[in-house]
Each structure stands twice: as C-alpha cells, then as structure tokens.
Design a protein. Structure first.
Length: 258
C-alpha cells in the first residue's frame, strides 16, 4: 500500500532539499518520489544528504506540471502553511495519514509539497482535494521541506501500522465467522483526470446556459471546485453528474436550434 503514496515536490530550488526529503521518506517506508519542474536536478550533493536513500532519488519521476504528477491519483492533499482568500477543506496531519492509508489501498494518492520560499500557488492548491497544515509553534513555525515531508510521512506510517494490525485482527475474526466483505459497499472515488474532465464539462455547460461569461468567468469555477472537493462524489455519483450535464447540453443545443 505504501508504494501507492506519492510524495510530490513542486519546483524545488535546492537539490539538497530533495536529497533530505528522500531520506525522510525512506525512513518511513515511502519510496514513490515525484519531482515537478525542479529548478536544480538531484546531483552529488543531493545523494550525500539522501544517505542510504539514493535508490529513492534514482527512481524519482520527473514531470513538467503538477497535473501530470497527480493525473492517476484518487486523493490529493496539498500542504499549506498560510490562510487563503478562499478556504479549502482542511485535514489535521493525523487524519491526513489515515485518509492516505485508507484510500491508498484502491489507487495512487499524493502528498504535495510546494516551493521552499512560497509553497504552492492558489491554482496548484485548487487541484487538491484537501489541504493539510502542520500545527507548529505559532511563534516559530518555520519548517524546512524535509521536516515537513518527515512529519507527514510519519503520520502515514503510523496509520499504516495501525491498519496492518487491525487487518490481522479482522482476518482472525473472519476465519471464525461467516461474515464476508461486500466490496460493492466501498466508495470508489474517481481519479484526478476523471474529476478534471467533469470540471471542464461543468464549465462548458455553464457557459452554454450563460451562467459563465467566458471573458469574465470570475471565481465561479474555483467555488465549484471547493464545493465538490468538500462533497467528494464517488465514481457513480460523478457519472450521474456528468449525465445531468449532458442533459443540460442537449437542452441548450435544442433551444439554440429553435
């Protein structure tokens, strides 16, 4: 399951921080590192700080955009240390670790870390289902990148170990009872690429009805994203919503013919 947890570093400026982050990951059993448009690629300095985690560096995936890094993920959590103009659904680090473990059994999940100096942009944070902030000392809340990676990776590992223990207990219980799991009861959340197609369809439908003016879209789609990220529709619900949008598209097209 831990292989499904991606640590995504966006636009990292100092490769030594990448090496330290790789070491922090490996101590917690995480190995899936994704680098988004790093300013400085890992070199000998990064390898030195990675210590025994040079394999994590060597196997890191490098992509150009955050969208590429998370397109196959069903859950994306962005780290944010500052308040935003538009509040987003928040997780505590412990709850974040629990969600990573729970949903990481079904599909890839991602923890996204921003630039050392400025973090993630608002646009990047809007690609995330949730935000997480480490409740550091408000009088001195400065965490470097590797510290943040270490802290949240630790929460993932602790929840993973708890889950393994609970699974063992459940396996023993099931062997002595007739209780069986019903897989159909599990909510299957859509991957990011499916959700992004939904948002594109939603925006097109609103433009068709005249609710959104393409030249002056305002913050409507940002608020729509916040609404649906808070609601977290599963795969079946998303298909239903796409069907509703298709019905709207058809009605608008027929009205324009008339």
């Amino acid at each position: 399951m831990l292989e499904n947890v991606k640590i995504v570093l966006v636009n990292t400026s100092d490769c030594r921080n990448i090496g330290s982050a790789a070491r922090a990951m490996k101590t917690m059993g995480l190995t899936n590192l994704v680098l988004v448009d790093p300013i400085e690629m890992p070199n000998g300095q990064a390898q030195a700080l990675a210590a025994g985690a040079t394999d994590v560096l060597a196997n890191a995936t490098v992509v150009s955009t955050l969208e590429e890094a998370i397109s196959d993920c069903g859950l994306v959590v962005g780290t944010s240390a500052r308040s935003r103009t538009l509040p987003w659904p928040m997780l505590e680090p412990r709850n974040c670790g629990a969600k990573m473990v729970e949903e990481g059994k079904q599909y890839p999940v991602a923890l996204v870390f921003g630039r050392e100096s400025s973090g993630l942009t608002n646009d990047e944070l809007q690609l995330c289902h949730f935000h997480v902030a480490i409740p550091a000392n408000p009088e001195y809340s400065s965490l470097n990148l590797a510290m943040a990676v270490q802290t949240l990776s630790y929460e993932v590992r602790m929840n993973y170990l708890d889950d393994v223990q609970q699974s063992r207990i459940q396996d023993v219980a099931e062997k002595t009872s007739d209780v069986s799991d019903d897989a159909d009861n599990d909510a299957q959340y859509p991957l990011v690429q499916e959700t992004e197609r939904f948002y594109q369809h939603f925006e097109k439908a609103l433009e068709g009805t005249g609710f959104i003016v393409p030249k002056h879209p305002g913050l409507i789609m940002t608020k729509v994203r916040r609404l649906f990220n808070r609601a977290r529709p599963d795969g079946k619900e998303l298909k239903m919503l796409r069907g509703i949008l298709a019905s709207i598209d058809k009605t608008v097209a027929n009205a324009n013919k008339d």
